[in-house]
Design a protein around this ligand. Structure first.
Ligand code: ADP
Ligand code: MG
Length: 715
């Protein structure tokens, strides 16, 4: 066993900066700082005229468009509120195609002729910004010499204040578009897809007899997995610093086999960090609800309550930022990479998705008798049809280089999309599709065998942890999203393809209804046809098995194993058609994303490959040579030959990697991505194998990198 290197955190460092939740008097109704730093409806009501407040609320509640003459009044109120909170600067926060957020800060304060400075913030500054956009990825939508890009205020996502020990910043969520109006971000398509789904769903609701609903919102509740490790180890691992994952590391004697970490008691330093982070999130209005240890050692999960897709997605970006910032206060680093440690469970993000009306109905709520719930059956059928038709695109929406280590690795769903409905729903759909049998399942209670324990109402089906897309009671859980991913594109895809399927089913329903008033009978026919036509996507078994891979192939389901396999789906004919029909992304905008994501894959692969080569050559090789010198000095030839062999293996693997790292001429686009996957990443695997073998023989005090047994177990 290697020695455990000293880590440098003292208990004194754990106490957050003076504002610990523990010091609040929570019996006072307003003591919990939820929304304290948000320009919320309550703040708006207090600071805006009645008329302006009402108009702004209508934008939020009914999706009405904004009257820009309100901007000056809103800007002024926002500025006064922000100044009172200590903010000196403001920024438009946007989400370029980097997958991250971007911001450029401007001071409220400008000099006056008399030498003083006063704070100003005009409506025009609230509504529109013009960052120099030339360095953001556009995938050819715009040449660098046409650098103009605009940010536009999104009034449906509340502005907030970001605190820093040395000041504060007013953050305004914005959309980001090119001079020619093309979306260069994750937010615009998401908002467009929410509008599209609302239009389709309202049309369907009218056919189904609902005259009241005016808007249908899609909702998202993400469950975020992440690692927290000691920052000392992080900074001693150039691979973590540069690529977000360890490129080397032999399997430790102990992993998660004992299942002693999952849902275990949370270590004190970790809990202190979580409490602090959650307080920060509460101030920002992120409705964090649940925390627990995850499966892997040093892995955790945090889950907020669901919100509308746009706000939920913005909050998710903010949540990742807060987790990373707060971790550092505790001498920790938060890793959001999908697979930071080979051989150890990676991290994902479960994307719980549903749709609900402004009148308060969740359209994915089956009720006690789903077989009789006409609306539910109709909308659920639409989801099934959409996922089946666009399975490849859905897979592509979660593709990234990090994900390629995780999907299908027996810890995350495979790269094959399928839907788990659960026994109760499958029974309901089967009986409708076959036109026979009772589709309802009797309500049951679970008896725990002791009189003092309550009888629990049973769910209509067990869970299926292995399914990429599972129905979980009153929502679908898209379980294949990567831990570092933005929620923007996966939800844009879901909304758009479901909008399309709702319309397809509505067309059929309309044709059947023609004159007749028997809505339930007509819906049953539409549902039966749709279910029979899309059954291949339903799978209730174990998604991790080889048998499923074989069966999925025989069903004709797509199995897009890697990012280069999946990305072409983004520009496939059915994608272009659906996204065009609903004005979510034009063909040009889809192509720009395809180009950007391919380039990101290639760039990241190259960074990983070069980092691998550099660490192996400049840190590992010298350590192994020193070790060999020790053996030679001691003249133990029986030990020397084994080490020499491993060293030879490393040197030849490194030569292979050097060769792969020199790109071939004239190869680009998808072909280059395939080259990176098949040559560079493969050559890295060979180097890693050689290094990991050396790790278990080279003297521990000569080994230059902290080992998995330290990184994962010192908390
Ligand atoms: P489960 O036990 O099935 O995981 P929870 O109620 O604990 O169910 O919810 C898990 C996640 O699902 C949470 O992040 C929650 O916000 C989200 N969620 C619940 N209802 C919805 C909904 N209608 N739309 C989107 N997400 C939802
Ligand atoms: Mg869950």
């Amino acid at each position: 066993m290697p020695r455990i290197r000293q880590h440098n955190v003292t208990a004194a460092q754990w106490s957050p900066n003076g504002e610990a939740l523990g010091s609040l008097d929570l019996t006072k109704s307003d003591a919990y700082p939820f929304g304290e730093n948000v320009f919320s409806a309550a703040v708006q009501k207090e600071r805006l005229s009645k008329d302006t407040f009402k108009k702004l609320q209508n934008v939020l509640d009914k999706g009405e468009s904004l009257d820009s003459s309100l901007a000056d009044e809103v800007a002024d109120a926002m500025k006064e509120w922000a100044l009172a909170k200590g903010a000196t600067h403001f920024t438009h926060v946007f989400q370029p195609l980097t997958g991250l957020t971007a911001e450029k800060h401007d001071s409220f304060f400008g000099p006056e002729p008399d030498g003083s400075a006063i704070a100003k913030f005009k409506g025009s500054e609230l509504i529109q910004g013009e960052p120099d956009a030339s360095s953001f990825p556009t995938g050819g939508v715009r040449a660098t010499f046409e650098a103009r890009g605009y940010t536009a205020w999104d009034p449906t996502s509340p502005a907030f204040i970001l605190d820093n020990p040395n000041g504060a910043l007013l953050c305004i969520p914005t959309a980001f578009a090119s001079w020619t109006g093309e979306a260069l971000d994750a937010k615009i398509p998401l908002l467009r897809s929410m509008d599209a789904l609302s239009r389709s769903a309202i049309r369907a609701l009218r056919l189904l007899g609902d005259e009241k609903a005016q808007r249908v919102f899609t909702t998202v509740g993400p469950e975020q997995e992440y690692f927290l490790i000691d920052e000392q180890y992080y900074f001693e691992r150039p691979d973590l610093v540069t690529t977000g994952r360890t490129l080397f590391g032999a399997k430790p004697p102990k992993g998660h086999e004992l299942d002693d970490h999952y849902f275990g008691a949370i270590p004190e330093r970790i809990l202190a960090c979580m409490l602090d982070a959650e307080t920060e999130m509460a101030k920002l209005g992120i409705p964090v609800k649940t925390r627990h240890n995850e499966v892997a050692p040093a892995q955790y999960e945090i889950a907020p309550i669901f919100e509308n897709s746009n706000v939920g997605s913005d909050h998710q970006q903010l949540l990742m930022q807060v987790l990373q910032n707060v971790a550092r206060r505790y001498g920790l680093v938060c890793l959001l990479h999908e697979k930071p440690f080979a051989g150890v469970n990676g991290s994902g993000k479960h994307n719980n998705w549903s749709m609900g009306t402004n009148t308060g109905h969740n359209l994915m709520e089956p009720g006690d008798t789903p077989a009789e719930n006409t609306n539910f059956l109709f909308f659920c059928s639409a989801v099934i049809q959409a996922v089946n038709k666009h399975q490849g695109l859905l897979r592509a929406s979660v593709a990234s280089i990090g994900q390629d280590h995780r999907l299908g690795a027996n810890e995350a769903p495979p790269a094959i999309m399928s839907i788990f409905l659960g026994a109760e729903l499958e029974k309901a759909f089967d009986s409708i599709a076959s036109g026979s049998g009772d589709g309802n399942t009797e309500a049951a209670v679970l008896k725990l065998g002791s009189d003092v324990l309550p009888h629990l109402p049973m769910h209509g089906g067990d869970r299926n942890r292995t399914s990429p897309f599972a129905f979980t009671g009153n929502k679908f859980e898209f379980r294949a999203v990567g831990s570092s991913s933005s929620l923007g594109f996966p939800n844009t895809v879901l909304n758009t393809i479901v909008a399309e399927a709702i319309d397809e089913l509505s067309d059929q329903l309309e044709a059947k209804l023609n004159g007749s008033a028997d809505v339930p009978a007509a819906v049953a026919e539409v549902v039966a046809d749709s279910y029979n036509g899309n059954r291949q996507i339903i799978f209730g078994g174990d998604n991790y098995t080889d048998e499923w891979h074989a069966e999925a192939a025989s069903r004709g389901l797509k199995n897009l194993r890697t990012t280069p396999d999946a990305l072409p789906e983004v520009i496939s004919a059915p994608t272009v058609e659906a996204f065009g029909k609903y004005d979510v992304l034009s063909e040009r905008e889809l192509h720009s994303r395809y180009e950007v994501w391919l380039e990101q894959y290639v760039t990241n692969a190259n960074i990983e490959a070069e980092t691998t080569e550099s660490i192996a050559r400049t840190m590992i090789l010298p350590a192994a040579l020193r070790h060999l010198a020790l053996i030679d000095a001691a003249q133990v030839s029986s030990l020397a030959s084994g080490v020499r062999e491993l060293l030879d293996g490393l040197v030849s693997a490194l030569d292979g990697l050097s060769e792969a790292n020199a790109y071939p001429d004239g190869v680009e686009g998808l072909e280059l991505a395939e080259y990176a996957r098949d040559r560079q990443l493969e050559a890295m695997v060979a180097v890693r194998e050689a290094v990991d073998a050396l790790e278990s023989v080279v003297a521990d005090d000569l080994w230059p990198l902290p080992k998995y047994s330290e990184i994962l177990f010192i908390k």
